[in-house]
Design a protein around this ligand. Structure first.
Ligand SMILES: [Fe+2]
Ligand SMILES: [Fe+2]
Length: 168
């Protein structure tokens, strides 16, 4: 049985993962509006991935006999000044998510909840991947320094991203 402290903290994280999905979908909408459809598609795939981060934790709470409580999802930002602005925001966001996951691990250790500690290791590795992915895109966008042809090339390359949901 999941203890109440962990349950509350995991429910908060589930909300945060849904918020991430919502925020990346908002970034996708923004890219569609400015005709950067490759970047829009890339962000849409990222939003799909975030939904699986939320539901994986949701399933875990149930598996431990806990209660999932879904709460209001905050409205995401809707406008950004440039692709650089979007990716700086996104990278910063992933760094915050990493800090949240680290705090959850600290809590699992403090509460001697080995099962939660074990489950959270998946998220620890995932955050390494997420930060790497976002910082790579950010570095590429910095490299082209708002040059239109450079951005269009990155946009074209990013159109190729396809998210495959992990096997359960
Ligand atoms: Fe996530
Ligand atoms: Fe990922």
């Amino acid at each position: 049985m999941l203890n109440v402290k962990l349950q509350d903290a995991l429910n908060k994280q589930i909300n945060a993962e849904f918020f991430s999905a919502y925020m990346y979908l908002s970034m996708s909408a923004h890219f569609s509006a400015v005709n950067l459809n490759g970047m829009a598609g890339w962000m849409r795939e990222q939003a799909r991935e975030e939904l699986t981060h939320a539901t994986k934790m949701y399933d875990y709470v149930h598996a431990r006999g806990g209660t999932v409580t879904l709460t209001t999802i905050e409205a995401p930002q809707q406008k950004w000044n440039s692709p650089l602005d979007v990716f700086q925001h996104a990278y910063g966001h992933e760094q915050q998510v990493t800090a949240m996951i680290n705090n959850l691990v600290d809590l699992a250790i403090a509460e001697k909840d080995h099962a939660s500690h074990n489950m959270l290791q998946w998220y620890i590795s995932e955050q390494v991947e997420e930060e790497e992915t976002f910082s790579e895109v950010l570095e590429k966008i910095r490299m082209v320094n708002n040059d239109a042809s450079g951005l269009l090339m990155i946009n074209k390359e990013m159109a190729l991203r396809q998210f495959t949901p992990p096997a359960k």
